[in-house]
Design a binder for this molecule. Structure first.
Ligand code: FO1
Length: 329
């Protein structure tokens, strides 16, 4: 964090349902002044398709077509393909809706034609009328692998097939050491701020940070970096974040999230119910902003996005104003 940024472009990091919700609020406010860097550690090959679940979730959410109940997949989906697949004895544990299938077929076909994941993501988001830019963290394969009791488990096997029902000893990102950070990310101009969405720190954001050069790129941007805690009142809003933190012996709280991002972020947004943790978090060397963070409605997404932008603005150092360690609203 050095000088104020030259423009009001914002970069968000996201993966999964919670992250996509805030990205949608930001996209509503910023349109083409938002770039979302998306986790691809969850990607896998299934039934001959290349599936990019977090890119799908962010694309469908920003495109206004995501299934509002489950957060992933499409609204008003039909399941004829899955019914027939099950009848044939095919693998039915990973559910591909009839219309969702078109995304996977389109992506897989374009990859075979030689297009990059970045090109294809741009094509799919343009087709859904998305004005913000979505960028996969890398065009190279990085695969999240869960190590549990001596077994290595591919991410979707862990997340969907096993319903996160085995203890996590360690998480690895295969391919990360040789993957190249998306060149389109490296080329981004300096933003006013980076916002780490309330995505799972271990499963959605760490894979992005594991790509060589990603941390240095973030730190070198020069704007404030803030994170929104996905842990509220000691529990995750959705998904296994709290369970994983417990298994990895991290405090299951906004303080644990803050400690995880210590040294990377300049500020954290925590929920009102965690206000008592603000002083302890500020002692880690980051500013704290306390607001309602649970996004139940579209209006909540936009409100939280506004709060993040206002908080980030406060953190831009100017000679006259230094950021305060804690703020509440
Ligand atoms: N999540 C599930 O819990 N069950 C599924 O069958 C499932 C299918 C699926 C298909 C396409 C897609 O883009 C996402 C899908 N997801 C499913 C969600 C996905 O597993 C998770 O959202 C992420 O990988 C975790 O962020």
């Amino acid at each position: 964090m050095t000088t104020p940024a030259a423009d009001d472009h914002i970069i968000a990091l996201a993966g999964g349902v919670g992250g996509a919700k805030l990205a949608e609020g930001l996209s509503h406010l910023l349109g083409d002044r938002l770039t979302v860097v998306v986790n691809t550690g969850d990607d896998f090959e299934h039934l001959g398709f290349h599936i990019s679940p977090d890119l799908d979730t962010v694309t469908y959410t920003l495109g206004g077509v995501a299934n509002s109940q489950q957060g992933w997949g499409l609204e008003g989906e039909t399941w004829g393909f899955m019914e027939q697949l099950a009848r044939l004895g095919g693998p039915a544990w990973f559910r591909l809706g009839d219309r969702d299938l078109a995304t996977h077929a389109y992506r897989s076909n374009r990859l075979r034609e030689g297009a990059t994941l970045t090109d294809i993501t741009a094509e799919l988001s343009a087709a859904l009328g998305i004005r913000s830019r979505l960028l996969p963290m890398s065009d190279d394969a990085v695969r999240t692998v869960i190590h549990s009791g001596g077994r290595s488990i591919a991410f979707q096997e862990y997340f969907v097939r096993l319903a996160c029902g085995v203890p996590v000893d360690r998480i690895a990102f295969e391919g990360a050491t040789t993957a190249r950070l998306n060149p389109a990310i490296e080329a981004l101009r300096r933003p006013a701020a980076v916002i780490v969405c309330p995505s799972n720190p271990y499963l959605s954001i760490d894979p992005i940070l594991a790509v060589p050069g990603a941390r240095a790129w973030l730190k070198g941007l020069g704007g404030p970096i803030i994170v929104v805690s996905p842990i509220v009142g000691g529990a995750a809003i959705k998904g296994p974040a709290a369970k994983i933190m417990q298994e990895l012996n991290a405090p299951v709280s906004a303080l644990g999230v803050a400690a995880h991002y210590r040294g990377l972020v300049d500020g954290i947004v925590i929920d009102r119910c965690d206000e008592a943790l603000a002083t302890e978090i500020a002692a880690l060397g980051m500013a704290v902003h306390v607001v309602p963070t649970v996004m139940r409605s579209r209006a909540d997404r936009v409100d939280l996005a506004k709060e993040c932008l206002a908080f980030a603005r406060q953190l831009v150092r100017t000679p006259a104003s230094q950021p305060s360690p804690a703020s509440t609203k």
